[in-house]
Write a protein that binds this ligand. Structure first.
Ligand SMILES: C[S@@+](CC[C@H](N)C(=O)[O-])C[C@H]1O[C@@H](n2cnc3c(N)ncnc32)[C@H](O)[C@@H]1O
Length: 384
């Protein structure tokens, strides 16, 4: 069985998901910069690719930067509700749903005769019921639920209807290790994307002096040890009627057999003792506690872990933690520490403000636009 899959990413991360897919052996794919999913109007780009069943399991298990993987079920034109219901009933819904199983529908309509998303959702649920011979209830999709209902995505553009089925369930940034968080935690998918965007070589030391709940160092340890980010969680495809448990176990055990010992020095610190304790607990759940050197210290006490390496970090910035003016002093202090002790190192710093970064007097070689918790931010990269 072959699937047309789409890896949905946060804006700015498409390129890194595409690189990940290349390294997993997928050649023919196309980064897409902007699509609209769901009535939450979540803007998301992503990458389209073809895969068989075991690859579909594998990408869910291994992609570090994608939010979710969806199957493109098909496209057709429809200008009336009866036509929509009839055409939608032709898909092989039995692949994804048991008769009577409730579904969650996310519908967007643009420039189409069928513009009422609630009406479209009702007809799609009706079509699924028609196909499976038992009516299908609609449930709300709770993004933060541990076991959300099967999600179906419907997109109308110029009377053309595209239907997709989610394969992931809970968003893929939920690796299962981060049960506790400190202030303003990053999504694990963004932390992995920052490490990839920094061009970290997976071997040199990597330092996060504002580690909070430890997302960046934990993702770094998982990357260098080739630990699959999804190995401790469930996916929506596991509830499909023909879920192939044997094939999944094979994919999982092959992936686990590729894990390697730690290949880099990973250093994480924060001035908040509570945050360090949380980061340690998260690292333990991710099985990388012994791979990371944690320290409770202010950034002014930071010392390099070698003669060269990468600083990859997300210091506090105004919008999320506070608007205090002493943030400028913090960035200036951080800049002085880097200039005095980290000459020859590379940096990738996530921040929402050119003014704050300006306090560090660093030469910025690349500025990558990303989004963190709905806020436009940039990853400022360069050499010290
Ligand atoms: C935006 S949060 C980092 C979030 C982290 N990336 C995560 O995923 O949880 C910034 C962190 O910087 C820490 N911090 C603030 N001022 C500091 C300082 N002067 N030295 C070290 N850490 C500091 C805060 O305690 C907070 O945990």
């Amino acid at each position: 069985m072959s699937f047309r899959l789409f890896a949905v990413t946060a804006p700015g991360l498409e390129k890194y998901t595409s690189t990940e897919l290349n390294s997993l052996g997928f050649k023919s794919h196309r980064p897409v910069s902007s699509e609209v999913y769901g009535d939450t109007k979540e803007e998301a780009g992503g990458v389209e690719f073809e895969a068989n069943l075991s690859d579909m399991y594998r990408v869910n298990l291994r992609l570090r930067t994608a939010n979710r993987i969806i199957v493109r079920l098909g496209e057709f034109s429809a200008v009336s509700f009866p036509e929509l219901r009839k055409k939608a009933a032709r898909f092989a819904w039995e692949t994804f749903l048991k008769p009577g199983q409730p579904v969650a529908l996310r519908v967007t309509c643009h420039k189409s005769k069928l513009y009422h998303s609630g009406g479209v959702a009702e007809r799609i649920a009706g079509a699924i019921g028609d196909h499976l011979g038992k009516s299908c209830a609609m449930e709300k999709f709770d993004e933060s639920a541990r076991f959300p209902p099967q999600l179906i995505m419907v997109r109308f553009v110029h009377d053309q209807c595209t239907i997709s089925v989610d394969t992931s369930g809970e968003l893929l940034h939920r690796r299962g290790y981060r049960l506790e968080t400190a202030k303003a935690p990053l999504r694990a998918t963004l932390a992995a994307g920052m490490l990839m965007a920094s061009n970290w070589d997976l071997h040199s030391p990597v330092v996060d002096p504002f580690c909070g709940s430890g997302t960046i160092p934990i993702e770094a340890a998982m990357m260098t040890r080739r630990i699959a980010p999804g190995r401790n969680r469930r996916f929506a495809f596991m509830n499909w009627p023909d879920f192939n448990q044997e094939l999944w176990e094979d994919v999982l055990s092959r992936t686990i057999s590729e894990e390697t010992p730690i290949a880099a020095v990973i250093q994480a610190s924060d001035r908040d003792a509570g945050a360090i304790q949380i980061a340690r607990n998260n690292a333990e759940r991710a099985s990388v506690l012994s791979d990371i050197k944690f320290n409770c210290q202010a950034v002014s006490n930071l010392q390099p872990a070698g003669s060269t390496g990468w600083i990859v970090t997300n210091p506090p910035y105004g919008v999320r933690i506070s608007q205090q003016k002493d943030l400028r002093d913090l960035y200036a202090r951080f800049g002085t520490v880097l200039h005095d002790r980290f000459s020859g190192w590379k940096f990738a710093i996530l921040c929402s403000s050119d003014i704050l970064i300006g306090q560090m007097h660093l030469e910025i070689i690349e500025k990558i636009h990303l989004v963190n918790g709905g806020i436009p931010v940039s990853l400022y990269c360069g050499n010290i």
